[in-house]
Write a new protein. Structure first.
Length: 326
């Protein structure tokens, strides 16, 4: 039986790694207090130190059951280190990670952990053996649900980037997780494939009632998040929904062109912040869309053209960190 031994040599290391993972995870899983039943994960003063370098510095997070949470930060901010501690692959220096009792995790890593030389279905069958119990028919269900049927018998290494990501997601869902971690799942994919993957993930979250935690370099992927944590130098520097963060930290810009500069300036409210560009060009920075509309109404007779640009997550991120997400 020459074909069996290579398969066994592949399966055993994977099972051993899974056992180590489960033992580490058992250390950080405990019962969340009765008054916090909808809280799936609580992270308190989480710290990771490498020698004299503090990678994560007193981090605090709360993740509610059924929510979509995003962790954003520039390179070196501590995102990956935080995720590795949350999933039990890295031990913290200090702090607490408290999971609700019997929480099951799934993880889609940025770099795939599947075997390029095995077919899609072989990979899924081997991975399913890592778990104590996988529902009967789960692999077939995922193949249908994630649209893998047309390439289920192809070697994983021959697939396109988008196809590989679908298989990676299927692998992460084998144990029907309560909480799915996505570590930059669409990095390197073209925009159409990214949109397709996100439609799939959103449909899955709604149908399966999963809690999702995402790290990403694409700030627009955070727009639908229930909660965003912006991390820099290992600390949370801002948190809230996308709208809340944009409102607090991103600058709206209202550009007005006029043929009567002096008349427009005379009509301006005294508290209005503005700058003049060209002779007939003015820039205003209203805090809200409503404030922009009021200003347009007040200056209407002097306006020839106007353009309103609401603040973006990129603007907020730059204002908070002083650098781009990459």
């Amino acid at each position: 039986m020459p074909g069996i031994l290579p398969l066994i040599s592949l399966i055993l290391p994977l099972v051993q790694k899974a056992e180590i993972f489960q033992k580490r995870l058992a250390i950080i899983v405990s019962e969340v207090k009765t008054g916090e039943k909808n809280m799936l994960v609580q992270v308190k003063n989480l710290t990771k130190v490498y020698g004299d370098k503090v990678a994560v510095n007193g981090l605090n997070l709360e993740i509610k059951s059924g929510s979509f949470t995003v962790i954003l930060g520039p390179n070196g901010a501590g995102k990956s280190t935080t995720i590795q501690m949350l999933i039990g692959l890295l031990q913290s220096t200090s702090g607490q990670i408290i999971y609700a009792e019997q929480t099951k995790l799934g993880v889609v890593f940025q770099n795939s952990v599947l075997d390029a030389n095995l077919t899609v279905i072989e990979n899924l069958r081997i991975r399913a053996k890592q778990y104590k119990q996988v529902e009967t028919g789960k692999i077939e269900q995922l193949i249908e649900q994630l649209g893998l049927a047309s390439f289920a018998k192809q070697r994983y290494g021959t697939l396109s980037g988008g196809q590989k990501r679908r298989v990676d997601i299927a692998r992460a869902l084998l144990n029907s997780p309560d909480l799915l971690f996505l570590d930059e799942p669409t990095t390197g994919l073209d925009i159409q494939t990214r949109e397709s993957i996100w439609k799939l993930l959103k449909d899955l979250q709604q149908k399966e009632k999963m809690t999702v935690v995402l790290t990403t370099h694409y700030l627009n992927e955070a727009d639908d998040a229930d909660k965003i944590y912006i991390v820099d130098h290992g600390q949370v520097i801002a948190q809230g929904s996308a709208d809340q963060i944009k409102e607090r930290y991103a600058r709206n810009v209202l550009r007005i062109l006029t043929s009567d500069s002096e008349g427009l300036k005379a009509a301006l409210p005294t508290s209005c912040e503005w700058e003049q560009g060209k002779e007939n060009e003015f820039f205003f920075y209203p805090e809200t869309t409503q404030e922009a509309l009021m200003l347009l109404s007040q200056l209407g007779s002097y306006i020839e053209q106007f353009e309103f640009q609401p603040g973006t997550m990129d603007d907020a991120f730059m204002a908070l960190t002083g650098r781009e997400v990459r």
